[in-house]
Design a binder for this molecule. Structure first.
Ligand SMILES: Nc1ncnc2c1ncn2[C@@H]1O[C@H](COP(=O)(O)OP(=O)(O)OP(=O)(O)O)[C@@H](O)[C@H]1O
Ligand SMILES: [Mg+2]
Length: 381
């Protein structure tokens, strides 16, 4: 039996992202990798447990900042301090560089070398300068990973920090040995994260946001094996049941763990598998109760647009004749193209709908389909 908490890793995903950062993979994220996924689906865990180790294994220097770690501190300060922390690891080299004349950035190194024990950057050194100094001192690619990056848009200084990251990226990544500063951003709100990339006056204009994949069946299978080692042989979960429960909770590990723990504590020894289903159903009520009230709070047109999307799945196309007719029938009022556009924007802001590149729309949380089917069945009976 393992004494470690259960941990499922996705090194292949992490390696794929490394290639994307270098521009050698299917995905090209040389300008920045933007990952978004719903709350509590394992973004931070992936960054900490999978991505950072893989980056470090490659010999790259990493700077990890969680902008939600301290909501009282300005995101810009959090980023600068973490860069400073990492710079401190190269104290010896920085002191040497400060002395070597002729270097373009000798002033920056001078200021940094005098201030190595302080937590923050020296006054006359900008974040972009500090990042460049880090790339030079480390003499490896540097990867800045910002968790909950959408938080940076909440303050002007945070936004400036994003511009500084971009400026440093552009300066470092031109020239022969290109691409030595890589940027990774994650967020749980696509709409907010988009505000870094969508418009010309936003720092990462032109970058696209990638959907971070949810944990899948491999996760629930591994978890089933892990749990079963702790249970009697006549008291085992099946992988089917656990996966069914995992889907119901929107692929959220914590919720799955809670269900399983509740069942184990209830001690329904031989009926555990049966209880899992019952537990999932009870749990489903709890999550679906929240979905139901969220749905009820929408306007008639927003509801109609969401319902059409739920019905059509991957076939959904927002502005076709057929869709407009369907909205009108569902909403019980004439629905026009601008109405639909407005509703889609509102649904995105509420984290219900995901807008992919090229104007494709999808559900933010796939488990909503199960809720909807259940709702239709309930209404029919
Ligand atoms: N790969 C994994 N293996 C085991 N447990 C996991 C894994 N990924 C996530 N979890 C668990 O799921 C929960 C949520 O994970 P995490 O905090 O990484 O998600 P998040 O998407 O960053 O959430 P938030 O939206 O709150 O930032 C945690 O309890 C974590 O332990
Ligand atoms: Mg997180």
């Amino acid at each position: 039996m393992s004494a470690q908490p259960f941990k499922f890793q996705r090194p292949e995903l992490a390696n794929g992202y490394c290639e994307a950062l270098q521009g050698t993979g299917i995905l090209d994220a040389r300008s920045g990798l933007f990952l978004a996924a719903p709350r509590r689906t394992g973004k931070s865990t992936f960054l900490r447990e999978d991505l950072l180790p893989v980056l470090e294994h490659r010999g790259w220097t990493t700077v990890y900042v969680d902008l939600w770690s301290n909501k009282a501190t300005d995101p810009a300060v959090l980023i600068a301090n973490e860069v400073k922390n990492t710079l401190a690891k190269f104290a010896g080299i920085i002191t040497k560089l400060a002395k070597s004349a002729g270097l373009e950035k000798v002033n920056v190194f001078g200021a940094l070398s005098l201030n190595l024990s302080s937590l923050s950057l020296p006054e006359n050194v900008t974040l972009a300068d500090a990042l460049e100094a880090l790339v030079v001192a480390a003499d490896t690619p540097v990867v800045v990973v910002i968790d909950e990056a959408q938080h940076a848009i909440s303050t002007p200084a945070g936004m400036d920090a994003m511009f500084a990251l971009k400026a440093a990226r552009d300066r470092m990544n031109q020239g022969a040995d290109a691409h030595r500063l890589f940027l990774v951003f994650t967020g749980s709100n696509q709409d907010k994260l988009s505000r870094l990339v969508l418009k010309k006056d936003q720092p990462f204009y032109g970058c696209r946001i990638t959907k971070f994949p949810l944990l899948d069946r491999r996760f629930s299978d591994n978890f089933t094996d892990f749990i079963n080692t702790k249970l009697a042989p006549d008291n085992q979960f099946t992988k089917e049941d656990v996966f069914a429960a995992f889907k119901l909770v929107g692929h959220r590990p914590e919720m799955l763990r809670n269900i399983i723990a509740d069942l184990a504590l209830d001690g329904g020894a031989r009926t555990l598998a049966e209880q899992l289903k019952a537990g999932a159903a009870a749990f489903r009520e709890r999550i679906w109760g929240a979905m139901e009230s969220e749905f009820a709070a929408l306007t008639a047109i927003q509801r109609a647009v969401l319902e059409r999307m739920l019905q059509q799945g991957a076939q959904y196309s927002p502005f076709t004749e057929a869709s407009l007719k369907a909205y009108t029938a569902l909403a019980g009022q004439e629905v026009t193209v601008p109405d639909v556009q407005g509703a889609l924007n509102a649904l995105r802001q509420k984290n219900l709908v995901w807008q992919a590149a090229y104007g494709d729309y999808a559900l933010e949380d796939e488990s909503m389909v199960l809720w909807y089917q259940n709702r239709l069945a309930a209404n029919a009976s």
